[in-house]
Ligand binder design. Structure first.
Ligand code: HEC
Ligand code: HEC
Ligand code: HEC
Ligand code: HEC
Ligand code: HEC
Ligand code: HEC
Length: 473
């Protein structure tokens, strides 16, 4: 009776093994679910945007690093290793994990090391939930349509008109001269036929004079036209002195606002942060660019060429992702001239005369005026430009609350007009409300001011925004 026992034993062992295998299988699927499933998509989205979006897309498009679409299927190591990789890629690589090693071999030479991310394993779970279920992938994929770029090429409107005018003038003169020539030949011919004496030979000028004399009305009409034309042109030119609408100088780098502020939703304040606490909005330093461009080495539009200029200015070797020390490239194989160490010299676009005082903080923070009210829809621009006032007026639907103005941007009339229209927000009462009541109740107060105040609204003008000394030193 050995055989059956043996068989039973073997059977028992098989069942034990099978259930163990099943159990481990079950166990491993449970642990796989732990990070790839059940995370919060919403929380993941904000974590992703804050930490990962500057390098990764949720599609398979490459930004500064491979896109993360399909990462759940692609990731070839444990969950712990994924968290470890995200928290500290270099340390994860030291562990010798084969998948991580393959990542390093494949990407580090091109993209440099991924920077360590301060996220927890729960955060990673949420991020992976978002990566697996990104909302509106279509919108992200073709957001070039949602982010149009205004070609900053302006000007060139006056020139063709002028050119046509000059061409017409030349043609007219030629016709007039040849007509007088033909007329003369004809009269010569008639004179010859009838045996009369020929007209004396005369210069073109003499002939023109006599022709003009014979066509006095026509000539005076033309003359009048020239005088009127000259006068209007002159007047227009005078009115355009000090008006720089549409001005957009060349810049040392083809920086594109729409790529940053619209497509990648970088806030204006990220780069122009001092608009909130000082007179100037300021232009970001090269270090600010490097926060992102240490990793983003290539643009969709101009490839590596323009971004390379940032590296040249700050002394950064994109191949090794290291900064080059001051003098002499420190033995790096970079061509000497690719690092000039000179800060990027951005050309000023807006530039008020020195006798004018203007503060961003006063307008943006205290006055609550949107950037677009004075600069237009910068998120659609390439480089900075002075927005024409009609263009700004056209933005009221997109930016509710914009104050529509009529005088050319940056002129004194423009400032004054807005100060006459803009109301001061009295919602938080306080100082302005108190001043308002005091002036209203004061019989001896300025009569005119009292009349203004009766409508319970205070414009900037009523607060003294039309006083010369507020804007002029
Ligand atoms: C500074 C740029 C940068 C940031 C920010 C960044 N990564 Fe990465 N990531 C990379 C690079 C570059 C690689 C490719 C490997 C390498 O070169 O180090 C990579 C690789 C990865 C991989 C492996 C991709 C694969 O195909 O297996 C994952 C997963 C990953 N990153 C997740 C994240 C997550 C999640 C975040 C945000 C918490 C994040 N990364 C933030 C640059 C970045
Ligand atoms: C918050 C991150 C961030 C900052 C800061 C930043 N950039 Fe960018 N930049 C990007 C992203 C994202 C792209 C798009 C890359 C692409 O085309 O896929 C980009 C693209 C570019 C391009 C290439 C455009 C193209 O498609 O050819 C240039 C040039 C550029 N940036 C210059 C600058 C300069 C100069 C600064 C500093 C004043 C700066 N960037 C600051 C994120 C940033
Ligand atoms: C009330 C109108 C107004 C508003 C609102 C406004 N600006 Fe300006 N901005 C100006 C004027 C005027 C100048 C020219 C200042 C000068 O030449 O002294 C200027 C200049 C600038 C400059 C050039 C650098 C500098 O500081 O001179 C930048 C950048 C800028 N603005 C960005 C912004 C941003 C970003 C916002 C929104 C946070 C904003 N501005 C809001 C009127 C405005
Ligand atoms: C990634 C950084 C970045 C972001 C984000 C950004 N800008 Fe700029 N901005 C620059 C740089 C660099 C310049 C200088 C080159 C130029 O004139 O285009 C500039 C120039 C300007 C100028 C003209 C400055 C001058 O010389 O008069 C204005 C106005 C301006 N930005 C407004 C904005 C507004 C409004 C936003 C948000 C919608 C914004 N910027 C977002 C980097 C940025
Ligand atoms: C789009 C509207 C708008 C434009 C354009 C504008 N301002 Fe103002 N300005 C305001 C508002 C609103 C305030 C009031 C802020 C507050 O509550 O103190 C203000 C306040 C001021 C003050 C402080 C006045 C005071 O009584 O203390 C000065 C100075 C000033 N602006 C200068 C200028 C100059 C210079 C320009 C033109 C280059 C200009 N502003 C263009 C809306 C505007
Ligand atoms: C709200 C701000 C503001 C107030 C108030 C203001 N100005 Fe001006 N003023 C300006 C600006 C801005 C310019 C520069 C315009 C330009 O560059 O085209 C200017 C220019 C001038 C100029 C130079 C001529 C020119 O057009 O460039 C004179 C003169 C002048 N202002 C006189 C005055 C006098 C007088 C008062 C008081 C009645 C006054 N301003 C009140 C903002 C103001």
């Amino acid at each position: 009776m050995q055989k059956p026992t043996n068989r039973r034993k073997r059977m028992m062992r098989f069942i034990a093994l099978a259930s163990f295998a099943l159990l481990t299988l079950k166990f491993s699927t449970v642990s796989a679910q732990s990070i790839w499933e059940g995370g919060s998509i919403e929380n993941g989205q904000s974590l992703f945007n804050a930490n990962c979006a500057s390098c990764h897309k949720v599609t398979d498009e490459v930004l500064a690093a491979p896109g993360l679409a399909g990462i759940a299927e692609r990731w070839g190591s444990s969950d712990e290793m994924l968290v470890k990789w995200i928290q500290n890629p270099q340390k994860a690589a030291e562990s010798g994990d084969p998948y991580v090693k393959s990542l390093v071999d494949r990407y580090v030479a091109n993209y440099g090391w991924m920077t360590a991310q301060a996220v927890s394993s729960d955060d990673v779970k949420d991020i992976m939930a978002y990566v697996a279920n990104p909302p509106n992938v279509e919108v992200t994929a073709n957001n070039n349509d949602a982010c149009p770029t205004i070609d900053n090429a302006v000007e060139a409107e006056e020139e063709p008109n002028m050119l046509w005018f000059l061409m017409l003038l030349v043609m007219f003169t030629i016709i007039a001269l040849s007509a007088s020539g033909v007329k003369r030949s004809l009269s010569d011919l008639i004179a010859e036929k009838s045996g009369e004496e020929l007209l004396p030979d005369s210069s073109y000028l003499d002939r023109f004079k006599s022709w003009a004399w014979n066509n006095l009305v026509f000539v005076s009409l033309i003359g009048l036209f020239f005088v009127a034309f000259g006068a209007t042109k002159g007047y227009q030119a005078l009115m355009e002195i000090g008006v720089y609408e549409g001005y957009s100088p060349e810049q040392p780098i083809k920086f594109i606002h729409s790529v940053h502020a619209c497509e990648n939703e970088v806030d204006c304040n990220y780069c122009h942060s001092s608009a909130n606490d000082s007179k100037h909005a300021g232009i970001p330093s090269t270090n600010v660019c490097m926060n992102c461009h240490k990793a983003i080495k290539k643009g969709k539009i101009n490839g590596e060429e323009e971004i390379a200029k940032i590296y040249a200015a700050i002394g950064f070797d994109p191949a090794t992702s290291t900064y080059i020390d001051g003098e002499g490239n420190n033995g790096h194989s970079l061509p000497q001239d690719s690092y000039n160490g000179e800060p990027i010299k951005w050309n000023k676009v807006h530039n008020l005369p020195d006798h004018v005082y203007f503060s961003h903080q006063q307008h943006v923070v205290v006055g609550g005026i949107q950037c677009q009210n004075c600069h237009g829809d910068v998120a659609t621009y390439s480089v900075g430009r002075i927005a024409p006032v009609e263009e700004i007026n056209g933005l009221v639907d997109k930016f509710p609350g914009l104050i529509e103005l009529s005088k050319p941007t940056l002129t004194m009339g423009w400032c004054i007009e807005c100060h006459n229209k803009a109301e001061i927000d009295m919602a938080d009462g306080g100082y302005y409300m108190e001043m308002h009541d005091r002036l209203k109740d004061n019989d001896r107060g300025n009569e005119e001011l009292r009349r203004f105040l009766e409508d319970d609204k205070i414009t900037v003008k009523e607060m003294g925004g039309w006083e010369c000394s507020k804007c002029h030193y």
